[in-house]
Design a binder for this molecule. Structure first.
Ligand code: AMP
Ligand code: ZN
Length: 512
């Protein structure tokens, strides 16, 4: 996402947790510009490690992008001109994060007897569909690894002599040639190293492939010529090369899941230090989201049916309920997935949407005239904050989100604003528009009806449900309760539960 805000920077300084220093740090951009000057705005340049497109993303992967999106939205809201890059890994990522195993895409292509390019295109599009469904904003660049192979070879040439050694299997980075290798990794590298299958001739277990030669007599679907023979780049190379090409060196923030803190990012940092002949890691701040965990192992892509967003939708859960589930936890906390937890998030979202509808209804009752839809209300510009009656809410929200993206606290501010009887609806919609820029829950655009998704397994459609509900209502009005119960039972056989007097105002729901 690249945007050019004209508004001045928000007052509370943005504090972010830097995994490299293990401290909260005030965000200080590499390109500070002139706050308030649209011609030279302060910038924020962010790189997020993207998906390896050999399979569908699971919802844990998507947590990483909800987090990166929340970071991007916060930077835009705070007044920075954001340039966000997310890469698409279509080459180089082996079945083990270190150098053992096969290329994930070569393996998937062989198993499915398809071209690697078709596999990559199919799963990239599936990932983009999830991005859209979760209201994740488009980054300025989706950088595709295979588009950058010549640049990767050029990068490798600059570090080969001083930092690499060649083996029969490829060109390897000698991690002892850079200072402080693995500083980012939280644990001593022993644990990480012991699970890495050794590659013959590696000088140190943490050394990693810069270039993987195609073994003699073999042909890979994806291979290129290089000074070290025909082959393919090592996985870590792409992020060093693409981040520098698109964001410059150094840039502001690099994101990824916590697994990347152990191998992928330390290796990127080592490459960046070698290439820049400095101790610079390449990004000022390294941020990592904790994992979404699921105890029964359904998150594993190798476990047949695994938890992908489409499965949630097929079961009748709106994707924004999953977005809210992510936002309810701090990004640095582990989040346990359960269907009950997802159901609770859906109910919470319904309550928020209902609060908007209720406030509109109250206004309609008061004025007796049609009420304007809140969907087109604009966020309140920062310079106008002090003029609003309820500045306190804006400050509470600003403090929460500026405190290392405290989304659980920020959500409470939204709920308080929705319920406050003392503020006018006009002001309320401006508030919500301001706060929802960051949370992306479409609070003013969607209604409760939008949240109702028919599960794939349902044997009845919405039209039939409405007709049966009308017939039941008529029977009740005629005091024919036997018939009313019969209709209710027909609905039940189709898995539709009638909800008389539901506090959220839904007249029916489909059992999950
Ligand atoms: P991959 O497609 O495996 O390269 O992963 C894409 C992103 O998802 C990376 O940033 C990973 O660190 C992140 N990730 C992987 N598993 C999970 C999980 N269970 N919860 C949160 N993030 C994850
Ligand atoms: Zn990466």
């Amino acid at each position: 996402m690249t945007d050019a805000p004209a508004r001045p920077l928000s007052a509370v300084p943005l504090k972010l947790f830097n995994s490299l220093t293990r401290r909260l740090e005030t965000f200080a951009p590499v390109h500070p510009g002139v706050p308030g000057d649209p011609a030279n705005p302060p910038e924020a340049r962010v790189y997020s490690c993207g998906p390896t497109v050999y399979n569908y993303p699971h919802i844990g992967n998507m947590r990483a992008y909800v987090f990166a999106d929340t970071l991007g939205r916060t930077l835009s809201y705070k007044g920075y001109k954001l340039t966000h890059v997310i890469n698409i890994t279509d080459v180089g990522h082996l079945t083990d994060d270190a150098d053992a195993g096969e290329d994930k895409l070569e393996k998937a292509a062989a198993e499915k007897a398809q071209s690697i390019w078709d596999i990559a295109r199919h799963y990239t599009e599936a990932y983009w569909a999830d991005v859209k469904a979760l209201n994740i904003r488009q980054p300025a660049h989706w950088s595709i690894a295979t588009d950058y192979v010549p640049q990767m070879i050029e990068f490798a040439k600059t570090i080969a002599d001083k930092h690499c050694y060649e083996l029969d299997s490829g060109l390897y980075f000698d991690t002892s040639t850079v200072a402080d290798y693995g500083r980012l990794a939280r644990h001593a590298t022993d644990e990480g190293e012991s699970r890495i299958d050794p590659v013959d001739g590696k000088r140190h277990p943490a050394d990693f492939a810069i270039w993987r030669k195609t073994p003699p007599g073999e042909k890979r679907q994806m291979e290129w010529d290089s000074p070290w023979g025909r082959g393919a780049p090592g996985w870590h190379l792409e992020c060093s090369v693409m981040s520098e090409a698109l964001l410059g060196f150094p840039f502001d923030i690099h994101t990824g899941g916590i697994d990347h803190r152990e191998i992928h990012h330390p290796n990127e940092i080592a490459q960046n230090q070698a290439h820049s002949c400095s101790a610079d890691s390449g990004a000022r701040i390294w941020m990592h989201n904790n994992f979404l965990v699921e105890r029964s192992g359904k998150m594993s892509k190798s476990a047949g049916e695994f938890l992908r967003l489409q499965l949630l939708i097929d079961k009748g859960y709106h994707p924004l309920a999953y977005r809210l589930m992510c936002l309810q936890a701090h990004y640095r906390s582990e989040l346990e997935f359960s269907w009950e937890g997802l159901g609770a998030a859906l109910t919470r979202l319904k309550r928020m949407y209902k609060a908007v509808e209720v406030q509109m209804w109250k206004e309609f009752q008061k004025t007796g005239t049609a009420v304007a839809s809140p969907a087109h209300f604009e966020p309140i510009p920062r310079e106008k904050w002090s003029e609003t009656e309820a500045l306190g809410y804006l400050q509470d929200f600003d403090e929460a989100i500026s405190d290392d993206l405290n989304t659980p606290k920020a959500l409470l501010v939204i709920e308080t604003v929705l319920a406050d009887p003392t503020i006018s609806n006009e002001l309320r919609w401006h508030f919500i528009a301001t706060l929802d820029q960051v949370l992306g829950l479409d609070l003013l655009q969607n209604g409760r009806a939008d949240l109702r998704i028919r599960p794939k397994a349902a044997t009845i459609d919405e039209q039939e449900i409405s007709e049966l509900l009308e017939a039941r209502q008529l029977a009740r009005e005629q005091k024919n309760f036997v018939q009313a119960d019969e209709v209710r039972n027909i609905l039940l056989t189709h898995g539709v539960e009638v909800m008389d007097g539901d506090p959220l105002g839904w007249d029916w729901r489909l059992g999950a």
